[in-house]
Design a protein around this ligand. Structure first.
Ligand code: NAP
Length: 240
């Protein structure tokens, strides 16, 4: 049977790697992104060279109506087998300087976006009585990070939301888990002081997007599955 994975924020970085890894596992991919059409087309080409189909869908996750218009009709006849909520942004600043816009934009993309997407597709998964959901949080959401009060709040919020949802949908054969990456080399972490960061990481390297993708792939494909409502750190020992 053909299976579909919906990857929210798959055009670049971690989401791109997750999409490629799930394509390798045989999933057709619905790949969403906000506006970076060129990057998304590149990923589509890479995915389809693996012999599966990739549909591109662009919308802003922070907008409920847009999200619903982009995904609502699509999930009426067929529920995705997998949802990976990966879209996210950072707008770092110390709280004493943080503008309302820096707070709102991060919370609305990272946390409201999870509601907007999951609310839109959950009914289809419940009807199908199966599904795997993986939410991409962050070490910042587990332990807090100075300069990231907005980002840490959004990522901690995702952990609470995922755990609560795990209690709602576990009986319906829908598994939901969270991954919490540490420092992963992507556009989001470009410009961070690498030497300073390395001294905090016991395995002495930054993470790669593939390090996250392999764990997400496991959570989405493993048949002998008893991991539910958990937060899995992928951080080289940065936080234990
Ligand atoms: P990235 O390279 O900046 O990619 C972000 C992805 O999210 C892109 O596909 C982007 O689409 C999409 N996106 C952003 N805002 C959106 C919106 N409003 N609506 C729809 N799509 C949107 O980020 P990344 O470093 O791979 O991070 C991916 C996730 O991992 C994020 O949730 C991030 O918080 C989390 N994370 C990252 C790290 C790290 O070290 N990199 C560590 C922990 C957690 P466009 O290409 O169209 O902009």
């Amino acid at each position: 049977m053909e299976k579909t994975a919906l990857i929210i924020g798959g055009s670049r970085g971690i989401g791109r790697s997750i999409a490629l890894r799930l394509a390798q596992s045989g999933f057709n991919i619905w790949l969403t992104y906000k506006s970076n059409h060129e990057a998304a087309y590149k990923v589509k080409t890479e995915i389809e060279s693996q012999g599966v189909v990739c549909d591109l869908i662009s919308f802003d996750v922070s907008n409920y109506e847009e999200t619903n218009a982009a995904l609502g009709a699509r999930v009426e006849d067929s529920a995705p087998h997998v949802l990976v909520y990966n879209a996210g942004i950072a707008r770092d600043n110390l709280l004493m300087w943080m503008t309302k816009d820096e707070w709102d934009s991060v919370l609305s993309t990272n946390l409201d976006g999870f509601y907007n997407v999951t609310r839109t597709i959950l009914f289809s998964m419940l009807k199908a009585k199966r599904g795997r959901i993986v939410v991409v949080s962050s070490t910042s959401g587990q332990i807090g990070q100075a300069g990231q009060v907005n980002y840490s709040a959004s990522k901690a919020g995702l952990i609470g939301a995922a755990k609560a949802l795990a209690r709602e949908v576990g009986k319906k054969n829908i598994f939901i888990n969270v991954v919490a990456p540490g420092f992963i080399e992507t556009e989001m972490t470009e410009g961070l002081p690498k030497e300073q960061i390395l001294s905090l990481i016991p395995i002495n390297r930054l993470g790669r997007a593939e390090d996250v993708a392999s764990v997400v792939n496991f959570l989405c494909t493993e048949k002998d599955m008893y991991i539910h409502g958990q937060v899995i750190g992928i951080n080289g020992g940065l936080s234990m």
